[in-house]
Design a protein around this ligand. Structure first.
Ligand code: HPA
Ligand code: ZN
Length: 336
């Protein structure tokens, strides 16, 4: 099964680039930028990665991102993630980045996007990886701040495919960002949002009815409302599920209780993703392997999950066809 998972070409639809910041690279960049971090050793960093909820994690995640200053830093961060994509057979990835995490510290929007864009070009050339960018608004900040970010992004509009909504969910419902999402869509961005990770089912309803998202990030808690489940199926909305993230942030007590299989059984188009792999203990293959073991998923279910990721990606229909053919080739080869 492990070899089967490894051999399958995969797409990742839910990944925060700041969440792929491995401690080794964090130390290196902190040192060259002469920024003090509150850890002496890599072991100390890893020990700090024990979370009891989303906010616990976010505090550490934002502190880590604080050492990123120059375009080269964002380039190095992204290249390290693309290398992991190559190692995990991820051939298409949709990368979220949080501009406000950096602009709030006085780093220019262009520094961030230029570093990411250079890495995207080099990763395509070096490993053949296709990727697109999702600019995520921080929901603990105001809608006005999101509008400011939207404005800053417009000169780089051609480099960005979608807008997202992340950070502290409780108390920051999707409806808080109704206007900025409306304008973002008018500017050509596809809307997605984190909803129902920690937040209640009402937040998922708002994400689909008020923000009119094309995909739901996490969405696990939809299972608490059968009408919502039916609506998600009817509207053909995919969920970007992140098993190891859910475990590490205590949204599931043990992986054997993870809702992934239930979601599939309900007819929901679920996908598997790594979210913040440097913090949650694993990239794409690890997420697949651990959730497969815990839920005893069949090869057919694994292939369904992999196909869902390509089908519900924001790639062109032409590109999707090429990807799905590649998946079929590997499946046929293994079955023959
Ligand atoms: N949830 C919400 N916001 C985030 C996450 C997450 O898992 N990762 C980075 N920002
Ligand atoms: Zn996320």
């Amino acid at each position: 099964m492990k070899d089967f998972i490894k051999a399958l070409p995969k797409a990742e639809l839910h990944l925060h680039i700041e969440g792929s910041f491995e401690p080794e690279l964090m130390f290196e960049i902190a040192q060259r930028n002469q920024i003090a971090i509150p850890y002496k050793t890599i072991d100390e960093v890893k020990k700090a990665y024990q979370f009891s909820c989303l906010q616990d994690f976010l505090d550490i995640y934002y502190a880590g991102a604080g050492v990123l200053i120059h375009e080269q830093d964002f380039y190095d961060l992204a290249m390290a993630y693309y290398q992991k994509c190559y190692e995990n057979n991820v051939i298409h990835t949709e990368i979220m980045f949080d501009p406000q995490t950096h602009t709030e510290r006085g780093i220019a929007f262009e520094t961030v996007i230029n570093g990411l864009q250079k890495a995207r070009i080099d990763a395509k050339e070096k490993w053949g990886i296709n990727s697109l960018f999702i600019m995520s608004y921080l929901r603990h900040l105001s809608e006005e701040s999101a509008f400011e970010t939207l404005k800053q992004s417009l000169p780089y509009k051609d480099l960005i495919t979608a807008v997202g909504l992340d950070s502290s969910e409780m108390g920051n419902p999707p409806s808080k960002f109704k206007n900025v999402f409306e304008v973002s869509v008018k500017e050509g961005y596809i809307p997605v949002a984190h909803a129902g990770e920690e937040g209640p089912t009402e937040y998922i309803w708002e994400a689909i009815d008020v923000l009119k998202v094309a995909r739901i990030d996490h969405g696990n808690r939809c299972l608490e409302d059968e009408n919502l489940v039916q609506e998600i199926v009817k509207r053909d909305l995919a969920l970007t599920v992140c098993p190891l993230s859910n475990l590490e942030l205590r949204n599931t007590d043990v992986l054997t209780n993870h809702p992934l299989k239930k979601l599939l059984d309900k007819g929901i188009k679920a996908t598997v993703n790594s979210d913040d792999p440097a913090y949650f203990g694993g990239y794409m293959n690890a997420n697949f392997v651990k959730v497969q073991e815990a839920l005893n998923l069949s090869k057919e279910e694994i292939v369904t999950l992999v196909r869902n990721s390509f089908n519900y990606s924001f790639a062109t229909d032409e590109q999707k066809e090429i990807y799905l053919k590649k998946v079929n080739e590997v499946v046929n080869e293994i079955n023959s």
